[in-house]
Design a protein. Structure first.
Length: 410
């Protein structure tokens, strides 16, 4: 999809590597944290009223000191996962009122995530807005990003309001996205594109976000901690008309029969494949037989029992074992469409995921233009949780990503 540091269609090369600080505003200075900030950051991250919205429990001073030592050595954005943790320092007296960070999520897709935390004593004075707006100017301006997003707990109304002031719109409401500190956590995703932020800077109102309506009341709590039956080998699944099994080298011709088609690959992340490319992929898949850790996956043949024909395949991967979460995907030969095979196969795999593997959440990511896959998600009882706008540089243009999910309790 492109070389590191270059995103075709995004206006040219990203300005990487880039040290995003220091940044000065009318009242504030954003700079990389250092050892002198341990007490100030501990004053924020040791508070339960702050950490209830963060992905960790209140931290001790020693824990903060260890974190600061790591953060102080960073601050340069160059590759996926790079973090810049910045102190928000008041210029008039050098008091650290909180911190703000940016993680370079994807160089290829010119995307980063931001987050912030202020000491409650400094809330309500516009410091978070001033700091976040300055950081976004840097990210969209000198760095050249296309999209910036933030994770927000639904009950964190102050952060949601800040996102709105920054010109962000809500893109996702993800139910039971993670198990943290003895409870299932729900998360929203707020995002803004470069052109939207420029419009907000010019005084335009923030674009409207999406409404995602669930059959299960949003925010419903569960006392059942995740307890997935892992590690797991795929045992094979039989349905009325189908056999699900791991793909093998013997399936090359069948898989090439549909993965070589433009109409099949239109919404997939790859172009039509040659037979040799399919053979190489099947050899790669053959090494993945056990689900145990994040990213482990199965690539399953969907075989019609009547004639032994492989009519498609299913993808099933562990997204987050600690939260008993997985991802599902599918591809079928057009000749097999309209006969209920995809529903039959995917439903059987979901039943296995929830009943045998004891997973809690299974999600599917898809191209929102793929109406056939959306209809399948709905038949499977999955509900729309996300529509990410222009989050993916896809075959020469910016494309959206949709997400549907189903919970074990549903």
């Amino acid at each position: 999809m492109g070389r590191e540091g270059v995103v075709a269609g995004s206006g040219g090369a990203l300005a990487l590597p880039r040290a995003v600080a220091p940044i000065e505003t009318e009242r504030l200075r954003l700079r990389v944290v250092n050892a002198r900030d341990v007490d100030a950051i501990h004053a924020v991250q040791s508070r339960e009223d702050v950490c209830r919205y963060l992905p960790f429990a209140p931290r001790s001073r020693d824990e903060i000191a260890e974190k600061v030592a790591v953060w102080a050595a960073g601050g340069v954005l160059a590759a996926d996962g790079d973090l810049a943790m910045l102190a928000i320092e008041r210029r008039e007296d050098d008091v650290v009122v909180g911190h703000i960070h940016v993680v370079l999520s994807s160089v290829e897709n010119a995307t980063a995530t931001v987050g912030w935390a202020l000491h409650p004593d400094f809330a309500g004075q516009g410091y978070a807005s001033e700091a976040a707006r300055a950081l976004l100017r840097e990210l969209f301006g000198r760095v050249g990003l296309h999209r910036v997003f933030a994770w927000v707990r639904p009950e964190n109304l102050a952060s949601a309001a800040l996102c709105r002031r920054l010109g962000m719109r809500i893109e996702a409401e993800r139910e039971h996205f993670g198990w943290l500190r003895g409870d299932w956590r729900n998360l929203q995703v707020w995002a803004v594109l470069d052109r939207e932020f420029a419009a907000a800077e010019a005084g335009a109102p923030a674009p409207a976000g999406r409404d995602f309506v669930r059959d299960v009341p949003y925010g419903a709590e569960s006392s059942d901690a995740p307890d997935p039956a892992l590690p797991a080998e795929f045992p094979g699944i039989r349905t009325e008309r189908l056999q699900l099994r791991l793909l093998t080298a013997d399936d090359v011709d069948a898989v090439h029969g549909y993965q070589s088609r433009e109409d099949v690959c239109r919404y997939l992340l790859f172009e039509p494949r040659t037979r040799d490319e399919v053979a190489a992929k099947l050899a790669e898949h053959a090494a993945h037989t056990t689900l145990a850790s994040r990213g482990d996956y199965w690539q399953l043949a969907v075989e019609r029992t009547g004639d032994g024909a492989v009519i498609g395949d299913l993808y099933f991967a562990l997204a987050e074992p600690g939260s008993a979460a997985a991802e599902i995907g599918w591809t079928f030969h057009p000749d097999a469409h309209g006969q209920g095979f995809a529903t039959e196969a995917a439903a059987a795999l979901l039943d296995f995921a929830f009943d045998t593997l004891r997973l809690h959440r299974v999600a599917a990511e898809l191209d929102p233009r793929n109406e056939r896959s959306i209809a399948l998600c709905r038949r499977l009882g999955m509900v729309e949780e996300a529509h990410y706008l222009e989050d993916l540089w896809f075959k020469g243009a910016w494309a959206d990503t949709g997400q549907y999910a189903r919970l074990r309790v549903e």
